[in-house]
Structures are given as C-alpha cells and as structure tokens.
Design a binder for this molecule. Structure first.
Ligand SMILES: Nc1ncnc2c1ncn2[C@@H]1O[C@H](COP(=O)(O)OP(=O)(O)OP(=O)(O)O)[C@@H](O)[C@H]1O
Ligand SMILES: [Mg+2]
Length: 320
C-alpha cells in the first residue's frame, strides 16, 4: 500500500478543520464518527481511505497504538476470519512537532456501507444484513469465549459493515452476501485482562478541562460495552432510531433474540427488550449530544478566543 506522505504533510499544513473539504489539498469526506474523520485525497490515484486520528502526544503512544492496531487486525482477519479491507498506518511529526496519525484502508464503494444499504433495500433484506452481521460477531465472541488469554471487543453498528462485491445499480442483500468489517482503528482487545490500547486515548478529543470528569464517569463503562455481545447488539439495533428506521426495530429485536437462542445458545444471553433499546438510545444519544456541544464550545474557545488551531473535525448537526 503506497501512502502519499508528502501530500498528507501538505494537508496538515493547510487543513481547516471547520471546513476540511475547502482546503488547499482537496479531499472528499467518506464518513465520520464521533471522533475521527474519514476521507480520500482527491488528487491521489491510489484508491485509499484515510482516517485522521489526532490524539497522540508522543512517539511511545503512537507506536503502542500501531502495534495494537496491527495485532487487532491480524487476529480479526487471520484467526477469526473476518474480511477486512487492506490496511496500513501512517504517521509523521508536522512543522510544529505534533504527531499526525492516520489509519489507511483500501477504499471501498461508499454505497456498500451498511447505513447506506438499509435505505436502498427491502425490510426483509435489512433483516438479512443484520443477521449476516450477527454471524460475523458470533465468530468474534466465540473466539474470545474459547481463548484463555485474549478477549476481543467490536463495534457492531451497521455503519461498520459493508457488502463485498456490491453493485450500486442493483442494491440487494441475500443470505450468501459477504461482509467487510471496517471499524478497526480503535483496537479493542485485552490480553490477560489488560487493555492493549491506552484506554485514556478514547478521551483525547474531549476538552482537557472535562477529561477527568468523563474518565471518572464514563470511561470504563464505555469501553467495557464493546466487549459485551449483548450490549453491542443493543447498540446495533438502537442505531436504527438514528437512521430514521425505527419501524424496523421490533422485528430486528425478534430476529437477534432468535439468533441468540438458536445459534448462540451456549452464550446464554438474555433476550433483548424494546424498552431496553429505547432507554439505551435515549441515554446514548444524550451523552453524544452533550459531548459534541462541549467540543463545539471548546473549539470556539481555542479558535476564536485563543486563536489556536483546533485539531478535530466536528460533524454538522446529526439527525437523531
Ligand atoms: N475503507 C473505507 N472506504 C470507504 N468508506 C469508508 C472506509 N472506512 C470507513 N468509511 C466510511 O467512514 C465511516 C466511518 O468509518 P469508521 O466506522 O471506520 O470510523 P468511525 O465510526 O468514525 O469511528 P469512531 O466513531 O471510533 O471515530 C464508515 O461508516 C464509512 O461510511
Ligand atoms: Mg464506525
């Protein structure tokens, strides 16, 4: 994988995190999450997706993260058999000696990502897609269940899966469709109970004056959630509220409960209820709304009051 470091350095020199597509180095946004920005370089003949993660203070941190990232990807791919797009990492110190880090992935068809597909296909096919995602997750949790040393976490939201060999002109999902898993940039695995990545990095995008509070209140709970298959599944289903597809939720709950009972019985997972999903969605959405608002205030202070650079890209208003 050939990463164009010079172009990335030029990008970092000139990026405007408020309006990243309007900068000197043309980029196109492919997606964004609560923390990172995923984009392609318009002038790069290589079809690559860059995920910009501006959270590292020193070389040791970034090296440890790269180790954890590579190991997480290796386990998911080679030991568990998930399909991952080709991947790599890139980092450098910019003019101000700040570390700039990117996860790089082969770019896949943007239409093939789960949260796009669910708006193009029938309800039946959405159910098939969710079932395919559950089957991928089964492999992950089954590995952890049998492995005495390694414990894996995964973010099972539908936007983290994509269909392989998807034809944008003929959107369809069937039982034999194959999925990519995309969201590997936060390496979630524990060896002998010890988190491979430095957990506090999760909080680096929060304003420093709030980090201690968030750490005390949420950090452990937030991370632990990704290791718990039941909670990850609640998150997957609850996300259909955010995707404006709440009418599908009751059937999806039936579907995942049936899966737990018939195909993952050995995990003894209690059935998920609608009330629980509703309650979870409300609280999760609230937490992220608060988080994004605090970050906007922080950005305002940094750029307007103190005239400094703000490192993060903040998504516009998110429909919830
Ligand atoms: N290789 C890729 N090719 C094309 N689009 C991608 C690729 N990787 C990610 N995307 C797009 O960007 C979105 C966000 O990517 P990803 O899920 O990896 O990170 P994230 O959800 O932003 O993570 P976090 O919330 O931890 O910051 C995806 O849902 C997808 O739409
Ligand atoms: Mg994601």
């Amino acid at each position: 994988m050939k990463v164009n470091l010079e172009l990335l350095k030029e990008l970092e020199r000139t990026i405007d995190t408020v309006n990243p597509e309007g900068g000197k180095v043309p980029i196109k946004i492919l997606g964004y999450g609560e923390i990172s920005l995923v984009f392609e370089l318009s002038d790069d003949p290589q079809r690559l997706a860059y995920k910009r993660i501006p959270i590292f203070d020193n070389e040791n941190q970034v090296k440890r993260h790269i180790w954890a990232f590579n190991e997480y990807n290796r386990i998911l791919m080679e030991e568990i058999g998930l399909n991952l797009p080709h991947f790599d990492t890139a980092w450098f110190k910019d003019e101000n000696e700040k570390i700039q880090f990117y996860c790089v992935q082969e770019k896949i068809n943007p239409d093939s990502v789960g949260n796009k597909i669910i708006h193009k296909v029938s309800s039946k096919e959405v159910e098939t897609l969710v079932l395919l995602a559950m089957k991928e997750m089964y492999k992950v949790w089954n590995y952890s269940r049998k492995n005495k040393i390694i414990d894996l976490g995964l973010d099972g939201q539908i936007s983290n899966f994509a269909l392989i060999d998807y034809d944008s002109n003929k959107p369809k999902v069937n039982d034999d469709s194959k999925l990519y898993y995309l969201d590997t940039s936060t390496p979630m695995f524990r060896m002998n109970g010890k988190e491979a990545m430095e957990a506090e990095l999760f909080l680096k995008s929060a304003p420093s004056f709030l980090r201690w509070l968030l750490k005390a209140l949420f950090l452990e709970e937030t991370i632990a959630r990704y290791y718990d298959w039941r909670k990850v599944t609640i998150d997957l289903v609850a996300n259909f509220f955010k995707e404006q597809k709440s009418e599908l939720i009751p059937n999806l709950i039936r579907l995942v409960n049936k899966f737990f009972k018939e195909e993952a019985n050995e995990f003894e997972i209690d059935p998920i209820t609608l009330t629980e999903v509703q309650k979870y969605y409300k609280s999760d959405a609230n937490m992220w709304v608060i988080f994004q608002n605090v970050r906007k205030f922080d950005r305002y202070l940094k750029t307007k009051v103190f005239r400094k650079k703000y490192d993060f890209y903040l998504p516009g208003k998110i429909e919830r």
